[in-house]
Ligand binder design. Structure first.
Ligand SMILES: *Cc1c(COP(=O)(O)O)cnc(C)c1O
Length: 432
């Protein structure tokens, strides 16, 4: 079995280990929640301070031109594009993931229906992140379409028919960490005459993504998870150039206009992806997002996303292995796929009977010990199929092998001493 000493040796030999210096993490914390809120880059505070005191405080409104505020969404979009296989000018930063999903889903639906008005079905997975399902449901209602949910990826094939308009999937599942084969799934959807919308919330900055290689149609993603942009950071949006100019998206705000400062009374969409901008960008949080994205680009000379992926898989494999070896007899099971190809950058655990309800308290006890993961509630009526989940994200930028070993050791302690039973770990907070 792997020892702590082995892990320290792996950290010492890891060329990516020094990337951790880019982050300001409190001492004694093993942060395994970068899949929910990325850690804070050291550069962020000074950069945001500069935007506030110099660009806003001193240069005032001139900064829209002189500090490049107007170009920030495209400049950062291009940087994100390098992480997801998009070309310069194809990605912009704007709004939230939920809002961007609304925009691209409407565009995809309209493009398909322009050629095939009878295609009225959006297919997604029941296990998709709820906001994606809520947005799709509302949109389907407005367009006279229907949202069909499948219970497993294997069921998708049965819906690839002449009714299908859009296949809307999150590449890496937020609960289980299971990862789709984007290229194969997209090809199957195209063969059926449909378009794809990919949510990259748990992919961008976590796994290599090749949007062009996969021939994807639309993609959106989150700024505050693996991109380390800060709480509520703006999200991003990509449309394949073959689609970008076909329709304008429904949130046709003035900054997505071809010439906003002509103040025309008629909407004329900007060319390409810029039409996916709605209103004025949130400059403070957009500036912070750039610092986060830069922490990933710093890995480019060290092998970029491919090198980060290799480390991420080594970390998640080690965690799953140690969790099973050390805590298997205490009731821990690994829910995430053990096949590396089919896994994102997180590992989810479930607890067996009689501990099925203990997950939340176990996470709270771990957090008190400095091991920060999170809890995602299962389906109370189908806990055998959708169990409560203890979720651990492994961000190769700032998590090391000894961290993994220590995290499992803490989990072992919490379970073997039944520390999680203490009352203070069993009081539910609003955010889990
Ligand atoms: C985190 C996440 C979101 C978040 O959406 P917001 O609009 O930023 O709140 C959406 N979809 C998925 C799949 C996510 O994981």
């Amino acid at each position: 079995m792997t020892t702590r000493h082995d892990c320290l040796a792996r950290d010492a030999a890891d060329p990516l280990a020094r990337l951790k210096d880019q982050f300001s993490l409190p001492p004694g914390v093993i942060y395994l929640d970068g899949n929910s809120l990325g850690a804070m880059p050291r550069s962020t505070a000074a950069r945001v301070q500069q935007v506030i005191t110099q660009e806003w405080g001193q240069d005032l409104i001139k900064s829209w031109n002189t500090a490049g505020w107007m170009d920030l969404p495209s400049r950062i979009g291009d940087k994100i594009g390098r992480l997801i296989g998009a070309r310069p000018g194809e990605v912009i930063v704007a709004d939230s993931t939920s809002l961007n999903l609304f925009k691209v889903l409407s565009a995809a639906l309209r493009i398909v229906q322009a050629d095939s008005p009878t295609r009225r079905v959006i297919v997604s997975e029941r296990s998709n992140f709820p906001t994606d399902l809520y947005i799709a449901e509302s949109l389907a209602e407005q367009h006279g379409a229907t949202l069909t949910l499948v219970d497993s990826p294997a069921e998708i094939a049965a819906h690839l028919n002449d009714q299908l308009a859009v296949l809307m999937l999150t590449e890496v599942n937020y609960r289980t960490g299971a990862k789709h084969d984007m290229r194969a799934v997209t090809a199957a959807a195209h063969a059926a005459g449909a378009l794809t919308v990919w949510d990259l919330a748990h992919s961008a900055g976590a796994v290599p993504v090749d949007l062009h290689g996969a021939e994807a149609d639309f993609a959106i993603g989150c700024g505050y998870k693996y991109l380390n942009g800060g709480p509520g950071a703006p999200a991003f949006v990509w449309a394949h150039p073959r689609h970008a100019d076909r329709f304008w998206q429904p949130l046709s705000g003035w900054l997505g206009h071809a010439a906003p400062f002509e103040f025309s009374t008629r909407y004329q969409p900007a060319a390409g992806i810029k039409r996916y901008i709605c209103g004025t960008p949130a400059i403070l949080s957009t500036a912070a997002l750039e610092c986060g994205v830069d922490t990933l680009l710093a890995a480019e000379p060290l092998g970029g996303m491919a090198a980060l992926r290799e480390k991420s898989l080594a970390l998640t494999e080690l965690f799953a292995q140690l969790a099973e070896d050390r805590c298997g007899t205490l009731g821990v099971t690994v829910v995430s796929p053990r096949d590396a190809e089919a896994r994102g950058s997180q590992v989810c655990l479930a607890l067996k009977d009689p501990l099925t309800q203990a997950g939340y308290a176990v996470i709270q006890a771990l957090i008190e010990r400095g091991v920060i993961g999170d809890f995602r509630a299962g389906d109370p009526t189908r806990l055998d199929q959708v169990p409560h989940i203890l979720r651990f994200g492994f961000t190769p930028l700032y998590v090391g092998f000894a961290d993994v070993w220590d995290a499992v050791e803490h989990l072992y302690q919490v379970l073997s001493t039944a520390q999680w039973r203490e009352a203070r770990f069993n009081q539910k907070a609003a955010v889990t």
